[in-house]
Write a protein that binds this ligand. Structure first.
Ligand code: ASP
Length: 330
């Protein structure tokens, strides 16, 4: 009797359907930032570049998972690719500080053991997400900042670059425009976006990982650090609940503890992923007039891509479906 029950359960699990509930494993979701991203503000060529980059990143991460790689491996592979794409605010193409330099933040979390790593305010580490993972697995710490983080990355043999490596003509132009005239202002362009990149992956073994990488906010000052490298704010992963990566106005995401709030609602409030994500973005963040979005996935591969801005660069891929989206109406 017991044997028959076990056999039926295994057969259902293999077919991806346990007691009417679909399990999509492995699966991956990504974002490339939220903001005032509207059809009439994006050229056709830029739209094609963005859609292709998002699709390539999804494919890279999903290939890792399909080949039996871990969720952490998939997050690293996906985010590294997005960091190297100059259209996103992470790695090459990251926004500039008020004094025209780049200071990068990133974090990664493994939901299987709640291990996590982060770097903040780094200027010469080529891949901040790789540095974050190295902090997680090769140091006893969770977050390293500034010069110490760079020294650690160097000692670990990570690729280092000059700070100007991250500058692109597009970002330089935005910075120049924002510094015309007296003082400095955040650019007044109608098309504004946060542009941070993030990924949540669920591997074949049911492990969830999440990661986020960013240049922060344009014209930030005084060593400002946003939510992206802060575990619980911009990134969180727990196999028991979900993985989350955020993009938006970091100061608010830190104050709410957005990523952990979503996880906690599931753990302690018994909410579904959908209920938790929608509450945090559409009620809690919106109630504070805070802009941004989140991507999140639970242990069964259910996912949510929620934002309170006109658009968010985003996508998902699992065994049965995949899609890349930009605008509110896709
Ligand atoms: N959340 C990031 C920050 O505040 C910005 C972004 O999402 O692009 O640093």
């Amino acid at each position: 009797m017991k044997l028959t029950f076990s056999l039926i359960f295994v057969l259902f699990a293999l077919s991806g359907n346990v007691f009417g509930q679909t399990i999509n494993r492995p699966a991956i979701v990504i974002h490339g930032g939220a903001g005032t991203i509207e059809r009439h503000l994006l050229s056709d060529s830029l739209e094609t570049i963005i859609r292709t980059a998002l699709q390539d990143a999804l494919n890279a991460g999903y290939a890792v998972l399909e080949n039996g790689g871990t969720a952490v491996d998939a997050v690293e592979a996906t985010i590294t690719l997005l960091e190297n794409c100059p259209e996103f605010n992470a790695g090459k193409g990251a926004v500039m500080t008020d004094v025209g330099t780049h200071e990068l933040d990133a974090s990664i979390m493994d939901g299987s053991d709640l291990n996590a790593g982060a770097v903040a305010g780094v200027k010469t580490v080529k891949s901040p997400i790789l540095a974050a993972r190295t902090v997680m697995v090769r140091s006893p710490h969770v977050m390293l900042a500034g010069e110490g983080a760079e020294e650690f990355a160097k000692q670990e043999g990570l690729e280092m670059v000059d700070n100007t490596y991250f500058t692109t003509p597009r970002i330089q132009k935005r910075w120049d425009e924002s510094h015309k005239g007296e003082g400095s202002n955040v650019p007044k362009s109608k098309f504004s976006k946060f542009g941070t990149v993030g990924c949540v992956a669920l591997d074949k073994d049911g492990n969830i990982a999440a990661g986020t990488s960013t240049g922060g906010m344009m014209n930030k000052k005084y060593g400002r650090i946003g939510d992206s490298p802060i575990i619980g704010a911009g990134t969180y992963a727990d196999n028991e609940t979900c993985g989350v990566s955020c993009t938006g106005h970091g100061e608010y995401f830190i104050r709410i503890g957005v990523a952990k709030e979503i996880s906690d609602q599931m753990k302690f409030g018994k909410k579904t992923l959908k209920e938790a994500a929608e509450y945090t973005v559409n009620e809690h963040l919106s109630g504070m007039n805070a802009q941004g979005g989140i991507i999140a996935m639970d242990k069964d591969g259910n996912f949510e891509l929620v934002f309170n801005t006109p658009g968010m660069y985003r996508g998902y891929k699992n065994a049965t479906d995949e899609k890349v989206m930009i605008y509110g109406d896709e």
